[in-house]
Design a protein around this ligand. Sequence first.
Ligand code: WT7
Length: 635
Amino acid sequence: MSYYQVKNFEEYFKHYNKSIREPRKFWDKIADENFTWYQQWDKVLEFDMQEADFKWFSGAKVNIVKNCIDRHLAKRGNKTAIIFEPNNPDEEAQHITYTQLYERVSKMANVLREQGIKKGDRVCIYLPMIPELAVVVLACARIGAIHSVVFAGFSASAVAARIIDCGCKMVITSDGGYRGNKTIDLKGIVDEALKTCPTVEKVLVAKRTNADIKMQEGRDQWLQPLLDEAVANNVAEIMDAEDPLFILYTSGSTGKPKGMLHTTAGYMVYTAYTFKNIFAYEENDVYWCTADIGWITGHSYILYGPLLNGATTVIFEGIPSYPDFGRFWEVIDKHKVTQFYTAPTAIRSLAKEDWKWVDKHDLTSLKVIGSVGEPINEEAWHWYNDHVGKKKSPIVDTWWQTETGGIMISPLPFVTPTKPTYATLPLPGIQPVLMDELRNEIEGNQVVGSLCIKFPWPGMARTIWGDHQRFKETYFSAYPGKYFTGDGALRDEVGYYRITGRVDDVVIVSGHNLGTAPIEDAINEHPSVAESAIVGFPHDVKGNALYGFIILKEAGAWRNQDNLVKEINEHISSHIGPIAKLDKIQFVSGLPKTRSGKIMRRILRKIAEGDFSNFGDTSTLLNPEIVEEIKNGKV
Ligand code: WT7
């Protein structure tokens, strides 16, 4: 494979400039040299930014899973593809070779076909972080079924909403999952969700916890007996470059989650290329990303990116604090991990504990360490650099989104000098720009603005499932001709980017992207609640936490407000998931609103942060007096 090109900083600039002068040529060469295609493309790229219409490598025929597995078999058949590290450290880790992965994915693909799944069908995957999750995802892609992985922390109604939105025919789940010292009843949640999902015909159930679960006659089947019957080879579906690969839901600033659709060839080229370069991956490295496969990080950088490179990738079932705060470091030592990729929220929570948890483990195998999901604050960056990277392994602070498919702005290790809290420079082929309020591009350095991308890249999402209009409006209309990220950023004196955070109504809590609107919708369904407004406020460990301002239908009717707070949080938990619970709730008699009825969240954000200075002009408010009341009642 030949796409690792940049050797030093000077070369980066040359390479970068060339890549954006001739982007088609740049991607054409990468696609040509690093993959196996049934048929080459006619055109590298056709696009229309206004219509949000993008076609990469059209005319090409390919199967991404053949590129992830089959083509490695001759040279890497006995190499470990997946290391499975169970939740319980006393349970033995599993090493799955490329040959074994081929056999397991083939069997699974055959089972799916036998169960009536065809190219283009949607399959919902609701599984814990066990090898079956990887196998099922890859089996779907092998036969051209569109996988929709739903993070196994979402509640029944969130699962149902995602199944209904894209009309899944099948759900694949397990009898349960382990997380630290808890077990989670995944099958029970699926049963509850399916009460409202008429499109689901079949449920396949993997065994993990041996929990006593109910199987619905005619709908539910245990997976293992079906696999036992299946043959261990399978002819992959020949896919068009732009055939859908998967849907992954992400929160939006209005109610319904957005089903981001990624397609086959562009996503393959982009995740493979970025993985290789950003993690400076070399043969025989052991790479570990701690994300869950239920998020885009897991799709792109636990499964597709590493496997496309023939790498060894770790799948970890557990959590950083179980059985103790040394678990991450113990696993690095145990499997001699060379690249470690995690989230700032995990770093902050571990940095609160004694260093001895890190220092008692041997981390000398590490070469590159990464961060993803939210801005990493200076203190956490230094702790990570000092204690984990030992000031030797560069930190790659990688900025990207579910929508971008892969990493967009990041240092290249051993090439780009790092700078705490900076994602630094765009990857070759990526053209970020900062925009001002008048929608002009801001030139020069030492500037701040809204982050946009002004030229397509192969990994970008192609649409929102079933709602192309929303895709256009959300991403391509605020700054015509450009992709709007929803993030604000600054560019320093040398041109390095630092992402400052969301500029829309999305709050990132412990690395989870949460729209405030769906949480408000859930709260407003509580019988005692009239109206609510949710904002984020800074939190030491989570990065941001949620603060709810809530108007009750009958003020004072609730004598025991503690109970109500609990009830509201339970309500959120069951509608969205425990990650969306509010840290603080303040009952108010009104919310600051503009004359057109829009809630002035800017003011609520300042109050939640405890910053009572300079609310700006409040005279345009419909009810300026409410600000004083809310200020005095801050919790
Ligand atoms: C949002 C996307 C990308 C995979 C995980 C999250 C924030 C992500 C960084 C970073 C600062 C970051 C942005 C972005 N974000 N990485 N390195 N520095 N902020 O995917 O759930 O789609 O969230 O996460 O705000 O827009 P996601």
